[in-house]
Design a protein around this ligand. Structure first.
Ligand code: DAV
Length: 378
């Protein structure tokens, strides 16, 4: 295997080409998100997490998560993939802009939420939580180094958002707490974020060559899709909605996960409307319901759903990392023709996600390709 460790190349056009360089997050100092408007879109009113809002997670849970993150990083390194790690800040400090203040920051476990790599560009997303406003700082040393080492790298940042109360739907918490309100929110495509300004977490964006897909939901608004379309003007940017019975959704990577050209697994509880499926159908993409998770519940103090089982890291179109206890998902991958690498990772889940969330691409071999040559009018 060629060793790329000596040379930095920023280049990644999709979610499946052979991975050569990646950032893996850290759990150090992570805090439970403080109570702020965005949290209403993820943490139900009766969740135990609310009573720990803004406090640092236990040293013991941090140590366990870091052990799994370090083991995962070592596994990738052994396979010839270069791994970088973010810089830890004092996340327990209160944080503020002229518009607001919150009790604490968040952490730097899920780099996927912060950095969006499209070709030779790494774009810093806005994020949608106030406590995550400064999270880009954890990656600045790395990005500065890549910028210096790869003369072709483009380093960009989305305009920093205000995140005033106008960016959030004040009635969301109340509406989401009843069944009728829940259904109404879902059917009207109303989320905790409003359209006051472009805001999104990078984990809402799927990269599939010339086409970028952005989930419209609690952590990305339609303005963000418009901003991305104008910014990546040589791409085609599509906004997707998924329908299920859960209004507390976040990030596309436990919902709709491309594995290789022509193949996507889809969370069976969150389906794509027929109109939006059409683009995949006319281009002969197969959308397969993902396997069921082994676990009925997420680990304690975790705000992600059990379908983190499908939140996998594809190393190349034949190899995929799946959480070690998720045997049903492993079995499905095996049937789909993948070599499966089981990775113990449940201790990391509470810190903001699974194997895809905890990573951000720097370099995948391969080029820009058009996987959707047939487009729909409009
Ligand atoms: O459905 O709870 C969490 C994914 C975090 N990046 C979920 C998705």
């Amino acid at each position: 295997m060629q060793n790329f460790a000596h040379k930095t190349i920023v280049n990644s056009w999709n979610e499946w080409d052979p991975l050569r360089h990646v950032i893996v997050g850290r759990a150090d100092g992570s805090c439970v998100p403080p109570l702020e408007p965005a949290v209403d879109g993820k943490v139900p009113v009766d969740s135990a997490m609310r009573q720990f809002a803004g406090s640092q997670r236990s040293e013991e849970s941090i140590a366990r998560a870091n052990m799994q993150l370090d083991d995962f990083a070592a596994l990738l390194t052994r396979r010839g993939i270069r791994v970088d790690r973010p810089q830890v800040l004092n996340f327990s400090e209160p944080t503020a802009t002229p518009d607001w203040q919150v009790e604490s920051m968040f952490g730097c476990m899920p780099p996927r939420d912060v950095l969006l790599t499209v070709g030779k560009e790494i774009l810093e997303a806005t994020l949608t939580y106030r406590c995550r406003w400064f999270e880009y700082l954890c990656y600045r040393d790395l990005l500065q180094a890549y910028f210096q080492e790869d003369p072709g790298m483009r380093w960009e940042s989305v305009p920093k958002p205000r995140l005033t109360d106008a960016s959030y739907r004040a009635s969301f918490k109340q509406e989401a707490s009843t069944n009728v309100g829940k259904l109404k929110l879902l059917s009207e495509r109303r989320y905790v974020t409003t359209e006051a300004e472009p805001i999104f977490d990078a984990a809402e964006v799927l990269r599939m060559g010339k086409d970028l897909f952005v989930q419209h939901g609690n952590t990305a608004n339609l303005q963000a899709a418009r901003w991305l379309a104008r910014h990546f003007h040589e791409h085609r940017v599509h906004s997707l909605n998924f329908f299920g019975d859960d209004p507390y959704t976040m990030h596309i990577d436990a919902t709709f996960v491309p594995l290789r050209p022509g193949l996507i697994i889809n969370n069976p509880g969150r389906s794509l409307p027929p109109k939006q499926r059409k683009l995949f159908e006319i281009n002969d993409w197969q959308i397969v319901p993902s396997a069921h998770p082994v676990h009925d519940l997420s680990p304690p103090m975790c705000y992600s759903g059990v379908f983190l089982s499908m939140n996998c890291l594809v190393l190349d179109p034949k190899t995929v990392c799946i959480e070690a206890s998720e045997v049903q998902q492993q079995e499905q991958m095996d049937q789909l023709g993948f070599e499966v690498i089981p990775v113990p990772f449940r201790d990391v889940y509470p810190f903001g996600g699974g194997l895809h969330c905890s990573t951000a691409d720097v370099f995948r071999e391969g080029q820009l390709e058009d996987y959707f040559p047939h487009q729909l009018p409009g």
